[in-house]
Design a protein around this ligand. Structure first.
Ligand SMILES: Nc1ncnc2c1ncn2[C@@H]1O[C@H](COP(=O)(O)OP(=O)(O)OP(=O)(O)O)[C@@H](O)[C@H]1O
Ligand SMILES: [Mg+2]
Length: 249
């Protein structure tokens, strides 16, 4: 079964028809670049996938319990936090598990030995999910996006809009959702960080859909191209340059 299946999609804003009876699917491991002229409906398609926009017609079906991470083209962020605490919040369920483990050890220490095996189970889960390397993971991603240099203890309200956009992207990458939906993630990145992001994304096993106008970036990250043109959505198998050869302009 596909991770995401869209069937019979029709949507317009007023007179402006974006798609008519279009189909689209996203499967495990697919790295999709979403392309199309300005205003063809790339951002709208991503918002239909996240169910922020209800289409005029069509069905959007996610495989149940799929974790999805979404980066808006104009993302906003809570400001009364440091970068480090914001990035750590990507792992909040693991921190919760750590607290439960500590409580279980305490109860075991008070003589209730049933809790010892529970604590051990929690510990094993934490190890499986790389809990003990969270700080390293944060440093790697922050460094890759050029955030480490400004200091992880930097309060978010003292950061520029571009830096904030990077922090939001960094948190999404750290969360490692099964599906990443990124709308123009390179907008705030310079060349070096785009290179890091393209290496990171190409190395992922997880699926993603990335909207971009940066064709060199798409060439590196995408093994599928989703082209929005002429009220229809077409999925091409292969890289961006293969798409250019296959598409009849
Ligand atoms: N909420 C809205 N109400 C009315 N029109 C909208 C709305 N959102 C988008 N549009 C229009 O729908 C069209 C598609 O918008 P969308 O943002 O999906 O385009 P896009 O392909 O992402 O463009 P870009 O490459 O410029 O980001 C545009 O003409 C836009 O002006
Ligand atoms: Mg857009």
């Amino acid at each position: 079964m596909s991770l995401l299946e869209i069937e019979g999609l029709t949507h317009s804003f007023g007179e402006n028809l974006l798609y008519k009876n279009a189909d689209f699917s996203l499967n495990r491991g697919e790295h999709i670049g979403v392309v199309g002229q300005n205003g063809t409906g790339k951002s709208t398609l991503i918002k239909i996938c996240t169910e922020q926009i209800m289409p005029d017609a069509g069905r959007v079906t996610w495989q149940p319990n799929t974790s999805v991470g979404y980066l808006d083209q104009y993302a906003e962020i809570e400001k009364d936090m440091t970068m480090q605490s914001f990035l750590k919040s990507a792992f909040s369920s693991l921190y919760q598990l750590e607290r439960e483990m500590a409580m279980a050890y305490e109860k075991a220490a008070m003589g209730d030995m049933e809790y010892l095996s529970l604590a051990a189970k929690h510990q094993e889960q934490l190890e499986i999910h790389d809990f003990y390397s969270i700080d390293t993971q944060i440093e790697q991603v922050a460094n890759g996006l050029g955030l480490l240099a400004i200091g992880l203890d930097r309060p978010i309200d003292q950061m520029s809009g571009g830096q904030r956009a990077k922090v939001i992207l960094a948190k999404l990458l750290l969360e490692k959702p099964e599906v990443l939906l990124l709308d123009e993630p390179t907008n705030f990145l310079d060349k070096e960080h785009i290179t890091w992001l393209s290496d990171y994304l190409s190395g992922l096993d997880n699926a993603f859909m990335v909207v971009s106008h940066d064709y060199a970036f798409l060439e590196k990250i995408a093994n599928r191209i989703c082209d929005i043109d002429n009220d229809s959505i077409t999925k091409y198998y292969g890289t961006y340059s293969e798409f250019l050869r296959k598409k009849r302009f």
